[in-house]
Design a protein around this ligand. Sequence first.
Ligand SMILES: NC(=O)c1ccc[n+]([C@@H]2O[C@H](COP(=O)([O-])OP(=O)(O)OC[C@H]3O[C@@H](n4cnc5c(N)ncnc54)[C@H](O)[C@@H]3O)[C@@H](O)[C@H]2O)c1
Ligand SMILES: [Zn+2]
Length: 357
Amino acid sequence: MKQKLMFTNHPGAAIDELAAGMSPSKVFVIVDTNTEKQVLPLLAVMSESVAGAQVITVGAGDVNKNLDSLAGIWRTLNESGATRSSFVINVGGGMVTDMGGFAAATFKRGMRFVNVPTTLLAAVDASVGGKTGINFNGCKNEVGAFAEPEAAVISTIFFNTLTTQELLSGYAEMLKHALLEDRQTFIDLLDYNFAGTGFDKDRLLTLLQKSVAVKERIVSEDLHEQGIRKALNLGHTVGHAFESYAMTDRHSPVPHGYAVAWGMVVELILSHMELKFPSDMLQRYAAYVRSNYGVFDITCDDYPALLKLMSHDKKNASADRINFTLLADIGDVRIDREADVENIKAALDIYRDMMGI
Ligand SMILES: NC(=O)c1ccc[n+]([C@@H]2O[C@H](COP(=O)([O-])OP(=O)(O)OC[C@H]3O[C@@H](n4cnc5c(N)ncnc54)[C@H](O)[C@@H]3O)[C@@H](O)[C@H]2O)c1
Ligand SMILES: [Zn+2]
């Protein structure tokens, strides 16, 4: 993986160093309307290249990760004389890093770009791994490209203005990485919490660095998602089902990371049933999720719809068996495990019991 990861709470210096090494013809900064207000002024004070860059602002929120906004970025690049030797700095959450990365990867067949993630989710997930793109025709991430930034400059100093909900949403992906890695990494995360007036930025940066290293290792082993990258689906088969169900059936969307946190409870129960995943770790995780994320409330009447969503999520060949990434232990990943519907229903029963529903 050629992407350079820079973990620093002095991001301005890192960005300027990168820019100096490239001697770009022109520098562009892509932000959304929120990061333009909340992050750009801070970063402009720290970085000469950001202060002197041409700013391109897109609408905030995933609804704006679309062709119109992308065309707007291309148009501004075109009208401002951007060339292949120009340089793009994406400053934002996953929406900006996905779309800004795709704009940079396609304009003039590819300009160099750097991601400066400003949400925890973008730092731990979206800005690393080379997936870029936009939503299209009602489908998420339908058009895109694998394109790696020159670097991701990862800091926790921008997270002050995020809500606890946004922080916890990103933290669920960190919990996932820890489960894919080892017991100590996982316990360190359970011991750290965001409660109270603030969080320890430097400690979070250290935890983040470890977490991103897990994704980086898995992605570098499988850049085009042929095999082991499916490990990163842990929690997502059930999580996506919860997420879609909340959105389309209940008209009450839940954050992606929350759905993943709940989904991982179900998938760890399934891991325990199928592969003897240790029950002490399962109990600790479920208790952590319950007290920090609350519960996703379901009854057995919801099972048929949830199972249908799970089987669609993975394009399963058979309706009776659904494909999962499971764990035999923390760090012991088994991809392409099929579970049958009766076991999944039993896991959902245990989930309701453990979560006190
Ligand atoms: N490429 C990948 O591998 C990958 C992986 C996971 C998610 N994603 C994508 O990432 C996106 C979700 O990421 P996200 O949660 O970061 O979404 P986002 O970029 O929409 O950010 C969430 C909200 O927080 C605001 N925001 C960003 N930084 C802020 C800050 N520091 N202070 C205050 N507000 C701030 C944004 O303006 C937005 O309103 C989705 O589009 C998803 O498809 C991509
Ligand atoms: Zn996810």
